[in-house]
Design a protein around this ligand. Structure first.
Ligand code: BTN
Length: 241
């Protein structure tokens, strides 16, 4: 119940956004393949058959500024699910999951809010599962990988999705009942980004430095050359070394 399945769709996030105003919290849209998969910052997201592409509708009673914490929490859930298969997965701030330093999953969170109150959040999760990097157009490969390319094996996608949805439910209960610092502790342990030298691109500027932590609000703490630590709420993060 509350799971919508499509053989083919433009983007599961778009379907979820249409359903969201009247949908129950936890409603899910799963698609076999997307013809218009979207990534962050207006990028395209290759979504061929064999991957896991879905969106979930949530209606958290939190301020708009908490949405990025929700994205990190979903990233933790994806990472924990991969780890449950014995795969050494790590979290790259703000929304990627890596295996062997390469991106295996991305999350696209879209929020509908009235002033500062969230009406709904659509969280789109893409996992490069039983496919090969060769199935992704060259210009979209970037530094990506797939579960099959990394482990040499395919996973049971239904089993994976069941585990992931269970894990997301547990983490969402935590999100709603505990201080975010509890979830953050787990994220920090699994973070690939802390300690790295990075360049963060924002709409109007670029900052470089070494990542020294993630703040309670989910922001990146970047130590710059002059020694100052800057809190970065959102941006595109690229490792420089
Ligand atoms: C990113 O890393 O840029 C985010 C990628 C998010 C991809 C998923 S696949 C399911 C959902 N539907 C979309 O169109 N995008 C997200």
């Amino acid at each position: 119940k509350n799971i919508h399945y499509f053989d083919e769709a433009g983007s599961s996030n778009d379907i979820a956004k249409k359903l969201a105003p009247t949908a129950e919290e936890g409603t899910i849209v799963v698609v076999e393949q997307q013809t218009g998969g979207r990534g962050r910052l207006g990028r395209k997201w290759a979504s061929p058959k064999g991957g896991i592409w879905f969106s979930i509708i949530l209606k958290p009673k939190v301020a708009l500024s908490a949405a990025s914490r929700l994205t990190l929490t979903v990233g933790l859930s994806v990472t924990n699910t991969l780890i449950s298969y014995g795969i050494d997965a790590k979290i790259k701030w703000p929304n990627d999951v890596l295996i062997n330093g390469k991106k295996v999953s991305g999350i696209l969170t879209e929020v509908e809010a009235e002033i500062d109150t969230i009406e709904f959040v659509v969280i789109g999760v893409g996992i490069n599962a039983n496919m090969s990097l060769k199935d992704i157009p060259e210009d979209l490969r970037e530094n990506s990988t797939t579960i099959r390319d990394e482990t040499g094996k395919s996973i049971d996608r239904v089993d994976f999705l069941q585990r992931l949805l269970h894990e997301m439910e547990q983490q969402y209960i935590r999100f709603n009942t505990q201080p975010f610092s509890e979830i953050l502790n787990d994220i920090i342990v699994l973070s690939d980004t802390i300690g790295k030298d990075v360049k963060v691109t924002m709409p109007n500027r670029i900052v470089e430095g070494r990542v020294v932590g993630i703040s309670k609000s989910g922001a990146l703490l970047l130590k710059k050359e002059d020694g100052d630590v800057e809190e970065i709420i959102a941006g595109r993060c690229i490792y420089t070394k």
